[in-house]
Design a protein around this ligand. Structure first.
Ligand SMILES: [Zn+2]
Length: 253
C-alpha cells in the first residue's frame, strides 16, 4: 500500500495528531469537528468499517459513521459476506445493506465469503489484504477479536493480518456489538459522542428489517447509553485503539 505521501499530507494538515502510542489509558485525540478550517478545504479521509455480516458496522459504529460522512469523509462498509441465510435470500440482504448505507451516506462492499462459513487461511488472508489495499484506508474499524461469533472473529483476524502486512499503515480500531452474546471482555480506550447521530444510526440498523432490529437494537442502545455515561454524554460508541496504531482524529465533541 502506497499511502505514505497521503498520510504525510494529512499529518501536515494536523489530522493525524501525534504518533505516540495510546498505552492503556483513555486518551482524547484531536477533535476534527472543532477545526477552524472550512470542511471543503480539508483533505478527505478514507474510513473502512468492516463487519462479519451486513448490519454489524451499522450496529457497532453507525453513529460514528454518520459523523464522518457529515464531515465529508468517504466511508466504506466492508462486509465479510452477504448475510443470506436459510430463507432470507441474497437479494433481500443486499437491498437492506444498500438502504442502510444510503442512510449513513456510506458505500457497501463485500469480501466474498459465505455466511456462517468464514475461512481464515493463507489464501483468504491474501484476498482480504488485496481488498484493503485497493481501498487505501486511513483508518479501519473491525470487531474486537474476543467474540462468540466465528464470522466476527474471522474478519477481525483478516483485518489484523492485512494491517501487519501493510506495515501498520492505517489506524486500527476495534468495536463492540451485541455485548455478552457476541463481543466479550471489551474495555474501551476511546469514545465518540453519537447523541446527535443516533437517530440515523437507528434508521440504518432498522433497514436490516429481517434481522430482528427490535431485539438487537434495544440491546445495542443499552450499550451506547452505558458508554455515554462513561463518556459523559447521552449516547456514545466505544473503541479500543490498537496500542501500535497510528494516532487518528476520531470525530469527538
Ligand atoms: Zn454479525
Amino acid at each position: 500500500m502506497k499511502c505514505t505521501s497521503r498520510r504525510d499530507i494529512l499529518r501536515a494538515a494536523g489530522w493525524l495528531g501525534t504518533a505516540a502510542a495510546a498505552g492503556t489509558s483513555v486518551r482524547v485525540v484531536a477533535d476534527e469537528s472543532q477545526s477552524k478550517e472550512p470542511a471543503d478545504a480539508r483533505p478527505k479521509l478514507k474510513v473502512v468499517v468492516t463487519g462479519g455480516h451486513p448490519g454489524d458496522p451499522e450496529y457497532g459504529c453507525g453513529g460514528t459513521i454518520a459523523r464522518y460522512t457529515d464531515l465529508g469523509h468517504e466511508v466504506v462498509l466492508l462486509y465479510l459476506n452477504r448475510g443470506d441465510w436459510m430463507d432470507t435470500g441474497t437479494a433481500v440482504r443486499l437491498a437492506e445493506a444498500a438502504k442502510a448505507c444510503e442512510i449513513l451516506k456510506a458505500r457497501p462492499a463485500y469480501a466474498g465469503q459465505v455466511n456462517g462459513k468464514a475461512i481464515v487461511d493463507p489464501a483468504h488472508y491474501s484476498d482480504f489484504r488485496r481488498i484493503l489495499e485497493g481501498e487505501r484506508p486511513n483508518v479501519v474499524f473491525t470487531h474486537w477479536p474476543i467474540d462468540n461469533h466465528a464470522d466476527h472473529r474471522a474478519i477481525s483476524l483478516l483485518v489484523y493480518d492485512a494491517w501487519l502486512r501493510m506495515a501498520k499503515g492505517f489506524a486500527l480500531y476495534y468495536y463492540e456489538v451485541s455485548n455478552g452474546e457476541d463481543t466479550v471482555q471489551f474495555a474501551p480506550t476511546h469514545y465518540v459522542d453519537i447523541t446527535k447521530t443516533e437517530a440515523r444510526k437507528r434508521s440504518a440498523c432498522y433497514a436490516h428489517a429481517t434481522q430482528s432490529p427490535d431485539k438487537y437494537y434495544a440491546l445495542q442502545e443499552q450499550v451506547t447509553r452505558m458508554r455515554g455515561i462513561e463518556r459523559g454524554c447521552k449516547q456514545a460508541e466505544a473503541y479500543i485503539r490498537h496500542v501500535q496504531s497510528p494516532d487518528f482524529a476520531l470525530p469527538m465533541s
